[in-house]
Design a protein around this ligand. Sequence first.
Ligand SMILES: [Zn+2]
Length: 879
Amino acid sequence: MRTETEHTIYLRDYAPSPYKITAVDLDFRILADTTRVRALLTIEPQAETAPGTPLVLDGDGLKLGSVAIDGAPLALVAYAADDNGLTIIEPPLRRFVLETEVMLKPEGNLKLMGLYRSSGTWCTQCEPEGFRRITYYLDRPDNLATFKVTMTAPRDLAPVLLANGNLVGRGDAGDGMHFAVWEDPFPKPAYLFALVAGDLGSITDSFTTASGRKVDLAIYCEHGKEDQCHWAMDSLKRSMAWDERRFGREYDLDIFNIVAVSDFNFGAMENKGLNIFNDKLVFAQSATATDADYENIERVIAHEYFHNWTGNRITCRDWFQLCLKEGLTVYRDQEFTSDERSRAVKRISDVVTLRSAQFPEDGGPLAHPARPDQYREINNFYTPTVYEKGAEIVRMLATLLGEAGFRKGMDLYFERHDGEATTIEAFLAVFAEANDVDLEQFKTWYLQAGTPRLTMSDSYDAASQTYTLTLSQETLPTPGQPTKQALVLPIKFGLIGPNGSPMGWSAVSGGEVRDDMIVLREASAEITFKGIANKPVPSLLREFSAPVNLDTNLTQDDRLFLAQHDSDPYGRWQALQDVATALAVGAATGKPWSDASVNGLSRAMADTLANKDLDDAFKALALSLPGEALIGRTIGKDIDPARIHEVRNALTKAVFSPLGRDLLIAYTNLSSTLPYQPDAASTGRRALRNRVLALLVGSEAAGASALAATQYSEATNMTDRYAALTILGSAWTAEAPTVLADFRTRFTANPLVFDKWLMVSSLAQDEGVLERIKAILAAPDFPKSNPNRLRSLLGSFVMSNPAQFTRPDGAAFRFVTDVVADIDTRNPQVAARVLTGFRIWQMLEPQRREAARSALTALQDGGKLSRNTADILARMLAE
Ligand SMILES: [Zn+2]
């Protein structure tokens, strides 16, 4: 165990280590219950290191067996070992080899960091600080070393032996044991180390790079599941080809392996040449995986593969720079999906994700900059801000520089920093240099937390034919950042004339306007367009070109006009969202909607459904009302999630009941008897049909829930079956208990489908949901150590069932904090993640707020929490 002292690490304290490890030779002897690790580390002092400077290696929970330098065992007085590491008091001031030996017990490692066993397979997770649970090391990303790994293991338990790099030797080791030797020629930080040993099946393929090199590809998994890995393999090959086409990046080793494991804290991990995946992001077949699963698998396979260049070849100097690899790589995977599928649909989906996952974080007690400047527990910074906002920042950079300018910067980044551990400053510098621009103000996006509010008002003067847009930006204080600076906002826009056509202008003044983009750098600007014959309707923030909250003086009629005429699909979708949000927020705060205002939205929805120029996937998104959490955040304070839930249901009914006949016809026309295909068009068709079904049930159309029950039982793929299950389960209709029970027994043997059952069970909108969740968790056979199961049941409840999670009696708050305390004793990362569901507590109305405070305080008073959970709790409760 590590001592859980309060210890904050600051970016400003960064200093290079006085020693560097340049080569690592690891020898793992894996036996059924213990693993012996012998490490030979080639170590050199830095040029400026003074004689007598101790060498401090990280270690976490290791038991030192022996320690030697250049083959000579060290005297007891020459070193000190404790729970946090190993110190060599006075190492030689020259190159030397440190040899250590430790014993591990992977079986009992329930934190799933370091070396552990998942369903019998030995595997590792080292990012960010897991390698120090394997051996003593400079466990920091700026130490790059070459790795050679020898693994010896029982042949029957582990016929497959994998590590990073290329396989350079293998053979028999006697006594039923065998060995393999792997060498990775590319120097890398220890967080990219990986090892897998187990009895696994596999599928293989190959990819020939643009320069003609053949790469052997394999995906390993539990025996019997090989046929579920083909979609992942297909996604991998398309990712490899895309990175060559779009960024000129080829793969560099002779082998690329992926391993699927069932117990994993993250989605997947980009270890050099040996990616380890949570199995839910590998297995796909139409009977058990939904379209969303297919798209997620494709996205994450691509993401981890793209890390080979943005993360592995060029890595982070320290963990404060995490968004250097994550924001950039999320941007790259978003672009991949946009190119492979529909760009507009992908953009809207990403905006929905950003608003539901990142904006609440940015506006609450856990707000932090994309590049934080301090942390107590780095595991708590694998956040939507680092990933999703990090990607938005890269996207703005690409928007400001244009596609060619962005590519020039990326090319220079690869050229200049390949093989280095670097920083956000170095990343921005290449774009500034390649494009001869100043990015000093742009950098503030990385340093400043909080979602800016962009406010727009407009006026038209018919006499002078001038049109004026007044824009201003403001970012509210966030924890530790009381004052904020103005940011560079790229605002894509267009002016639309009364006939629905785009309008041009003869001159513009008062701001930086480039064709279809305003660049706002100041706190406010007044931009005047000349030669405007009629009052236009502005379409602002097209493609959601900056991650801000936008307030405008547009009327509901203006928004309905945009929903019909905006040439930007995102703009159309957003206009419908804005109309609906205004109605819902009004009703939830005592200003009920008028029939006329609802009818306008109803007609716009009918037009959208009937429009033959729009594709199905877009329509499915356009016909979705804003979520309860978004409505709550728009209200901003003293929110009552139960009231919002009622209002949203009433709005669904009011808007979509008049469309009942159209919806039924669409539902029938969209059905298909063709075999399942995961392509974009088929996926879009199913998405729209299932959306239509949800609207029929949501607007309580006659026979709708029976129709959903029929779809559930007659479905020929998981997408349609799961959609019907979710619709019935979350509305908790009369059919819900029966279909849920059927689903449970139909897929008893499949843990990933069990997760879907857990999710739907936790999303039910009735008051009985809490007791049912308690019963599920209390069942003796519930796998309480598996992150996927826990996240499916509890993560979905706290994040996606606001009305029931925030019950005014506080029963659900207390239940969740009790469960967090229990999970924390085994897996602190999962416990801390579940606890973040409380991040909206300060926005609740007083009774709920007090109930939440009391549950959080009781958890804190109970003491004995991990650093992960204690850190989240302390930030959550800070005044
Ligand atoms: Zn990543």
